[in-house]
Design a protein around this ligand. Structure first.
Ligand code: HAM
Length: 425
């Protein structure tokens, strides 16, 4: 295999034929987040490995199996971000953003890296859109986040997504749950995968999230955390559900959702595609993480957020036949018969581009005939041909490529006004 011309496994190029879809989706996401008061944050592609060990959790699949970790030349252990939340938390603490007042609302679009088995919708490099609200413990914050995610999917025209929610309580509720889980899994120890036998002692809740099919079968009959919630957590969950119902957001309770990252507390949720071809694709997920900021060394601060995989979103839109507006078409191609005309064409194109028209000129020295063919190929709306004759007469012909209609344009001062009028019509 020629490695020089092959992208690394699990990564993909976004080619010009598709990049407009990304621009469209990202634009909608950032604009919608803005309406909810989220401001963009950009964090580096890599962080100190300890941050993810501590933040995402030592016992998670991500930390145990999926991180891209390397030593830099000074021998520091660094890791390519496997997700966006922990890096955002690190930046919030480093820059004291919580001192500016709460709630602090951040959004981001970031590349993430996980060493997973690549398949459709699962990559080793993928992009996450995420939002995080810091400093709000109220169930209204959970509901607001879920409401934003729901609206985003709606704005993108996506249907057949079901919202599944659960509450995984606080450390207090978990204590009793851990005991019950341990007792249950102990009975099935022989059948668990080797990673889960290790988890049995340290973190049995992680077994509930194991991707191994044998383990998943056992998990079906395992006790559910929702039956172990303390009074406060139960009330919080009840309130979240009330907010959702009041906002007419449909949801389903899935007591098996525990999420693949250790930092979650209380509300957790996932948006699952229920269309036939993408039966079990989770397009987005998130939840509350009230203990994470303290875990990373900051003050006790409640927080809630979610992440959506952009690749999965676009795949889903394509599978549902959702039309994404095509990129802007070339407004005008200025064809030139000689070098003098070409020099002037650049200036005319510059003038039109300054007024936000999409103008093209010949930059590969094609013959006039081939330039006309090229204008056709790129589907230019108008064609303007310039040569010695046009400049000596100070006027040229502009043609509507679709209708064939022709307009005479003066090449002097009112070139811009007249051309703009025709192009805008
Ligand atoms: P996550 O569920 O691990 O959560 O990832 C969020 C989304 O990223 C997934 O729902 C999926 O769409 C996408 N995703 C995950 N792995 C891959 C992959 N290998 N290839 C393509 N897409 C993928 C988080 O990462 C949390 N940080 C979300 C969050 C934000 N929770 C609170 N705030």
């Amino acid at each position: 295999m020629n490695l020089l011309t092959k992208a690394a496994r699990g990564t993909q190029d976004v080619l010009p034929a598709d990049s407009y879809k990304w621009q469209f989706v990202q634009d909608i996401m950032l604009k919608e987040a803005e309406l909810y008061g989220f401001k963009e944050i950009r964090t580096p592609a890599f962080e100190h490995t300890e941050l993810f060990d501590r933040g995402v959790g030592d016992d998670t699949d991500i930390v145990q199996k999926e991180m891209y970790t390397f030593n830099d030349k000074a021998g520091r252990s660094l890791t390519l971000k496997p997700e966006g939340t922990v890096a955002a938390v690190r930046a919030v603490l480093e820059h004291g953003l919580l001192n500016d007042g709460i709630p602090l609302k951040l959004t981001y679009i970031t590349p993430c890296y996980r060493y997973e088995k690549p398949q459709s919708g699962r990559y080793r490099e993928f992009f996450q859109f995420g939002v995080e609200t810091f400093g709000a413990a109220s169930p209204a914050a959970d509901a607001e986040i879920i409401c934003l995610a729901t609206t985003l999917f709606e704005r993108l025209g996506i249907s057949n997504l079901s919202l599944e929610i659960n509450s995984i309580g606080c450390p207090e509720c978990r204590q009793a749950y851990r005991g019950a889980l341990k007792k249950f899994f102990e009975k099935h120890r022989e059948k668990l995968c080797s990673t889960c036998t290790d988890r049995l002692e340290k973190n049995p809740m992680r077994i509930v999230d194991c991707k191994n099919l044998e383990c998943q079968k056992i998990v079906e009959d395992a006790p559910n955390i929702i039956d172990f919630l303390c009074e406060d957590c139960e009330q919080h969950f009840k309130d979240v559900k009330n907010y959702l119902s009041e906002s007419k957001i449909d949801y389903k309770i899935n007591p098996k959702i525990v999420r693949g990252l250790d930092y979650y507390t209380r509300t957790v949720f996932e948006f699952v595609s229920s269309s036939d071809s993408n039966r079990s694709l989770v397009c987005g997920g998130g939840g509350r993480y009230d203990g994470l900021i303290e875990e990373i060394g900051g003050p006790a601060t409640p927080a809630v957020g979610f992440g959506i995989g952009i690749e999965r979103l676009i795949l889903l839109m394509q599978s549902q036949g959702i039309e994404i507006p095509k990129p802007k078409r070339c407004d005008i191609f200025i064809a030139t018969a000689d070098k003098t005309a070409q020099t002037k064409a650049l200036h005319l194109a510059k003038t039109l581009r300054e007024s936000s028209f999409y103008a093209e000129i010949d930059i590969v020295e094609r013959s006039l005939k081939t330039q006309l063919k090229y204008a056709d190929k790129i589907n230019a709306k108008f064609l303007l041909v310039l040569g010695e004759k046009e400049f000596s007469e100070k006027k040229a012909e502009m043609k509507n490529m679709a209708s064939g209609e022709k307009f005479i344009i003066n090449l002097d001062n009112d070139f811009l006004t007249k051309t703009k009028n025709i192009l805008s019509d």
